[in-house]
Design a protein around this ligand. Structure first.
Ligand code: B4P
Length: 192
């Protein structure tokens, strides 16, 4: 099994690359952001709760996020691996993911952090806000808040996997194709 975590700040290209990698390696792409947006679109209770946090650039509480992720993994057991995009975003979520995979006799093959300059991130997200209308991408103060939340709550997850010798960094600047090639080169060296 190839179980990857695609890591990095908002706008670093996780979603963009995860779609391509899932296809290239025939593994299932799970994006917690996409799952929340789908719940919001369907106006479910979970979606309404998530919306209040996402609109402010905050993380949705761990209990909600972990439960949703667990349901998704447990209902998709017949796959050759997963690419987790936007999860885990806290140490609690990382511990929950490790224990979930271990209960299934699996583990994380590697975490890959995409490194992108902050100004490039803000430019990418404002552009997406204009094109897609995503509410959390339209307001620069919400984008800056998401970047602060990433530094404070999410970046420690890198060290958590570094302590397991599973954390890797890839340059996330350049064209989508160049970054995809760099990612594949690294993934081909990971255990599975
Ligand atoms: P996400 O949906 O995960 O969104 P994101 O961090 O903004 O990054 P995304 O993956 O979508 O963007 P990408 O970098 O691919 O999270 C949204 C919110 O959901 C969070 O703020 C939080 O509230 C909540 N949430 C999600 N998961 C959670 C969790 N585990 N716990 C708690 N809360 C959670 O791309 C950005 C833009 O850059 C795109 O427009 C893309 O086209 C462009 N782009 C990509 N690569 C490029 C390149 N090489 N050059 C130029 N542009 C590029």
């Amino acid at each position: 099994m190839l179980n990857l975590i695609l890591f990095g700040p908002p706008g670093s290209g996780k979603g963009t690359q995860a779609i391509k990698l899932a296809e290239a390696y025939d593994i299932l792409h799970i994006s917690t952001g996409d799952l929340f947006r789908s719940e919001m679109k369907n106006e479910t209770e979970l979606g309404l709760e998530a919306k209040s946090y996402m609109a402010k650039g905050k993380l949705v509480p761990d209990a909600v996020t972990i439960g949703m992720l667990r349901n998704k993994v447990e209902s998709t057991r017949d796959v050759q691996g997963y690419i987790f995009d936007g999860f885990p975003r806290t140490i609690n979520q990382a511990e929950a993911l490790d224990s979930l995979l271990s209960s299934l006799g699996q583990d994380i093959s590697g975490l890959i952090a995409l490194e992108v300059d902050e100004q490039e991130i803000v430019d990418r997200l404002l552009l997406r806000g204009r094109d897609s209308g995503r509410a959390d991408d339209r307001d620069e103060s919400v984008i800056r808040k998401r970047l602060r939340v990433y530094e404070e709550e999410t970046s420690p997850v890198f060290e958590y996997y570094d302590n397991q010798n599973k954390a890797n960094k890839v340059n996330g600047m350049g064209t989508v194709g160049d970054i995809f090639s760099r990612l594949k080169e690294l993934i081909d060296t990971l255990p599975r």
